[in-house]
Write a new protein. Structure first.
Length: 168
């Protein structure tokens, strides 16, 4: 009988801790983006309080990582505004946060938002990844260069010969 009483207390305590635990979800308005190096894109995260108590003291943080272990990513280069301090969220309330990001590396990346309490222990809730494909941008177009490469020296030569003949 004593054993069943202890089990009941353990079950009640577990239920109480589960009910008082942070009940947040973080979603994104899309799952993928295709862009070029140097281009900016925006996306929206939706943070929802699915619990029965108000959640306060929350911070949302934007993270960027590469799928390729050989590519170094500095998230500060991607966004200078990566941390947002959130207002209190009442039960069943949602908050939309818009993020602006600039692609600075080519390759495949994952961008996600993590929400955690500012003070004290607590769970970290993350969004699903936003898959970002960044294509290299060609800055030099070699098409049509040959006429310039040959034409400019020829024009300079003709101008020099013309100037020389006039001087005689």
């Amino acid at each position: 009988m004593k054993r069943s009483g202890l089990m009941l207390v353990a079950v009640i305590l577990a239920a109480w801790f589960a009910a008082s635990a942070q009940a947040l979800t973080v979603g994104l308005d899309r799952s993928s983006v295709e862009t070029n190096i140097g281009h900016r894109f925006t996306f929206v995260s939706t943070i929802a309080n699915t619990g029965s108590t108000t959640e306060s003291g929350l911070v949302a943080h934007l993270n960027v990582l590469s799928d390729d272990p050989g590519v170094y990513v500095d998230p500060e280069d991607w966004s200078s505004n990566r941390t947002r301090y959130l207002p209190a969220l009442a039960p069943h309330q949602t908050l939309r946060v818009t993020w602006t990001v600039q692609a600075v590396n080519s390759g495949q990346f994952a961008v996600y938002v993590a929400v955690l309490p500012r003070h004290g222990p607590g769970p970290i809730t993350t969004s699903p990844p936003l898959r970002v494909a960044v294509a290299e941008r060609r800055t030099l177009n070699s098409g049509g260069v040959l006429p310039l490469v040959l034409g400019i020296p020829a024009l300079i030569g003709v101008a020099a010969v013309g100037t020389r003949r006039r001087g005689r």
